[in-house]
Design a protein around this ligand. Structure first.
Ligand code: GLU
Length: 446
């Protein structure tokens, strides 16, 4: 079987981290299986969809490094959906309904009052031709519902296992609105058939849709694809994440706050599995270690601090060759030794400029015991300096000052870097060099 999966955003907003997870899981699954990834724009809602959002989705996916092999715009395929609808009408599975939203609301209230579930009563199926004609004459246009078989739909979900959806407890879904526009349900099925989608991998919020859509696949004479429903991410407050969270979880926001796309990918590839996050340089490497079978059924309480952890872990493993271009572009390419020295101290890549300044200056030293520091400057070994220099020098200063441990290192660090924390002095000192070190120990901004 050729594996073909799809990521199907509606271009009605920018992508957030939950969408990124959907896209990534599908991409990794396809790559791992040597299959294809379809980027499908669910843009039949012409009022809410926009070209700007579509552009934004392309940008967000490009930023993540998630490429697509095929593209589909539902708005360009209306004729196919009309054909499918005609087929369903012919077989009596799609029927016109004339209730207004208010009438439907009244029905629901009555059902509620009687303790009944809010399932559509199929009154429209009982309309006579004359009654329908009368509605049409009033100017009413029908919306169209799919007539569900009153059965329990069963399927073997790759993540959730044996799953059943009782169609008797569901309202016949509206496939076409009274203005003629298609809702999501039917176009999704038609596209899954036409693009030979082998696996529908999506959030558990679509489980009920799957029950309905399997019936539509069958009504159209098609074999349903395989399904995998992964559990959803919830915010720290237990609410599902959504566009409402704005920039907090939008990819645009995460990007502007300096997070690494591959750090996010590493996190999202493992979220919902028992496996630890393992940063990788490429999508291909993440795909090689990807296993859909590891995903669990329970909801995920997402802690935004995990993004910071993943980001730091990713930066800390990045080899110099992978960042040399970025270092150069930010004026911070001080060589491989510099990168390896400061890398463990980075939370965001942008922090590198702080350490470049600590090395190259200007640094305003923080001076405690000025006499001790001047004495320390005099004890600086002559160049060339290397990884041993710090040890030799610290021993000399210790012998002369009688200071040791933190009371020795902290005044030296404060004078040399102007900061009370940072990369190991052993590595930093040769980068700072004798001239600047000596000046700073004497209290000069250099
Ligand atoms: N546009 C739908 C959504 O974003 C796609 C769902 C699906 O994967 O079928 O929820």
């Amino acid at each position: 079987m050729t594996v073909t999966v799809r990521f199907a955003p509606s271009p009605t907003g920018r992508l957030h981290i939950g969408n990124a997870r959907a896209a990534l899981i599908n991409r990794l699954f396809a790559t791992r299986a040597g299959g294809r990834f379809l980027l499908r724009f669910d843009d039949t809602d012409t009022e809410r969809s926009s070209a700007d959002y579509e552009q934004g989705i392309y940008e967000d996916l490009a930023w993540l490094g998630i490429h697509h092999d095929l593209t589909d715009h539902q708005s360009a395929r209306i004729r196919r959906y009309e054909e499918a609808a005609a087929k369903l009408r012919e077989s009596g599975r799609l029927y016109p309904c004339y209730e207004t939203a208010e009438e439907l609301e009244r029905k629901r209230k009555r059902q509620h009052a009687r303790g009944l579930p809010p399932v559509y009563d199929r009154a429209a199926l009982l309309l006579s031709d004359a009654e329908r004609a009368a509605f049409e004459a009033e100017g009413r246009r029908p919306h169209w519902r799919f007539k569900l078989d009153a059965i329990v739909v069963r399927f073997a979900d790759i993540i959730c296992g044996d799953t059943h959806i009782d169609a008797k407890s569901l309202s016949d879904p509206v496939l076409i609105r009274e203005d003629g526009r298609f809702l999501y349900t039917l176009p999704s099925v038609v596209d899954d058939v036409d693009f030979a989608i082998s696996h529908v991998i999506r959030g558990a919020d679509h489980l009920t849709n799957t029950g309905v859509q399997i019936q539509i696949f069958e009504a159209l004479g098609a074999t349903p694809p395989l399904f995998a429903h992964y559990s959803l991410m919830q915010g720290p407050d237990g609410r599902p994440m959504s566009k409402r969270d704005g920039d907090l979880y939008s990819l645009e926001g995460l990007r502007s706050r300096g997070y690494e796309p591959m750090a996010l990918n590493a996190l999202l590839a493992r979220l919902g599995t028992p496996d630890p996050v393992e940063p990788r340089l490429t999508i291909g490497e993440l795909a090689a270690a990807f296993d859909l079978g590891k995903f669990g059924k329970s909801d995920i309480r997402f802690d935004p601090a995990d993004i910071d952890k993943a980001n730091a872990a990713f930066l800390h493993m990045l080899p110099y060759e992978a960042v040399v271009g970025r270092l150069g572009a930010s004026g911070c390419d001080l060589g491989p030794l510099f990168w390896e020295t400061v890398r463990p101290n980075l939370a965001k890549f942008g922090d590198v400029s702080l350490w470049a300044q600590v090395v190259n200056g200007p640094v305003t030293p923080v001076i405690g015991d000025a006499a001790m520091l001047i004495r320390a400057a005099e004890l600086l070994p002559s160049e060339p300096w290397d990884g041993e220099t710090w040890g030799v020098w610290a021993e000399r200063v210790k012998a002369v000052s009688g200071l040791k441990g933190r009371s020795l290192f902290m005044p030296l660090r404060l004078a040399l870097t102007g900061l009370d924390h940072g990369p190991e002095l052993k590595n930093l000192l040769p980068l700072i060099g004798r001239e600047r070190a000596s000046a700073r120990l004497r209290g000069e901004t250099r």
